[in-house]
Ligand binder design. Structure first.
Ligand code: 8OZ
Length: 365
């Protein structure tokens, strides 16, 4: 019997040959001059083309949207050319790849910002968080609050990034609405204290999200657009007094726009799967598209939850770093390679493109 996890599912006019998704994973290996994807990145993604869908690492939509050293961008011509290397390599291997578009908001440091400026955020409240500036881990800088009249430009940056993703040959786009970055900072009442139409009520706090969704779907078929949310995650120092009310509206926005998928972190990002089961189920009633579940999934749990209809697909993060042929390994219930934790962020091929497939292990290649 074939478990449902290994059966095809449609995303718009794309057919994902299986329901194992590669999660977005920050690896800090873009070319430092210009934050441009390079051959090494193309090889890494192409090695993982067996995934039902690859979602790229978070990719900044503008220079201000950057919060860590060596993350790739998708706003310059050079970056678009760099991403073409990646999408071509994945397509040659028969894969499908979505670009995750990202603005970090306050999760940045002045040294990473144009002209050493303060990062921007809904409100001038520093996050209790750290970032990597290329040399060491540093406390994130206190941001300045965006003026109301700056928001249209921000939305336009998302639109442009979506357009660039299309030019670069991506199959789909994911909006990063999780992990305490800009969109999530607007959503949550811990980080958004605005008194204009972008703060206060749930309606107001979800307004930026809605405008970004409208901008992205002005360029893309909505069925090829998704959003990553972490309704119960407190990553990067965000929280909300009523996650159920907030994310009910956020999922409604995705539903009303006819989006193809949601990518949901079920608990603390990279940590406990502590999201309340009833809350996740309640929220899911608001969205009829593809439901990709993420966070701490094992083979057993993925098979079980897809079989039970609790997820349409499962996104794997860390297991995808160390197992380029993850789908094959899961199918065969083969052992997984161990994660090289020393080489997650930055560096070159070591801990990046040097993990063997099962086949290579068998033949000793
Ligand atoms: C790890 C390190 C830096 C950034 C996220 C984009 O958590 C990230 C990220 C993860 O979504």
């Amino acid at each position: 019997m074939t478990e449902k996890l290994f059966t095809p599912v449609a995303l718009g006019d794309l057919t994902l040959p299986n329901r194992v998704v590669m999660s977005p994973l920050t690896r800090n290996r873009a070319r430092p001059d210009g934050d441009v994807p390079q051959e090494m990145n193309a090889e890494y993604y192409a090695q993982r083309a067996g995934a039902g869908l690859i979602i790229t690492e978070a990719t900044q939509i503008s220079p201000e949207g950057k919060g860590y050293a060596w993350t790739p961008g998708i706003y310059s011509e050079e970056q678009v050319e760099g991403w073409k290397l990646v999408t071509d390599a994945v397509h040659r291997k028969g894969g499908r790849i979505a670009a995750q578009i990202w603005h970090v908001g306050r999760i940045s440091h002045t040294s990473l910002q144009p002209d050493g400026q303060a990062p921007v955020a809904p409100s001038a409240i520093a996050a209790k968080s750290r970032t990597f500036d290329g040399e060491s881990f540093v406390e994130t800088s206190t941001p300045r609050a965006l003026e109301t009249d700056e928001i249209p430009r921000l939305v336009e940056d998302f639109r442009k990034a979506a357009e660039n993703a299309k030019k670069a040959g991506f199959d789909a786009v994911e909006i990063h609405g999780a992990n305490g970055y800009l969109i999530d900072q607007f959503l949550r009442d811990s980080s958004n204290k605005r008194t204009d139409q972008y703060g206060g009520s749930v309606e107001n706090r979800t307004r930026l999200l809605k405008e970004v969704v409208e901008a992205v779907t002005s360029v893309w078929d909505p069925k090829k657009v998704g959003i990553r949310f972490g309704p119960y995650s407190n990553a990067n120092d965000v929280s909300d007094s009523d996650p159920l009310a907030l994310f009910s509206r956020a999922y409604d926005i995705a539903e009303e726009a006819g989006l193809g998928f949601l990518d949901i972190i079920e608990g603390q990002t990279g940590g406990e799967r502590d999201a309340p089961e009833d809350g996740l189920a309640e929220l899911r009633k608001h969205f009829s598209g593809l439901y990709i579940a993420n966070n701490g999934y094992t083979r057993e749990l993925a098979i079980e939850r897809v079989e039970a209809g609790k997820a349409d697909a499962v996104a794997f993060g860390r297991p995808y770093i160390s197992n380029p042929d993850l789908v094959e390994r899961l199918k065969q219930d083969a052992p997984l390679n161990e994660l090289d934790k020393e080489n997650l962020y930055g560096g070159r091929e070591k801990g990046y493109t040097d993990y063997p497939t099962l086949e290579e292990q068998k033949t000793g290649a």
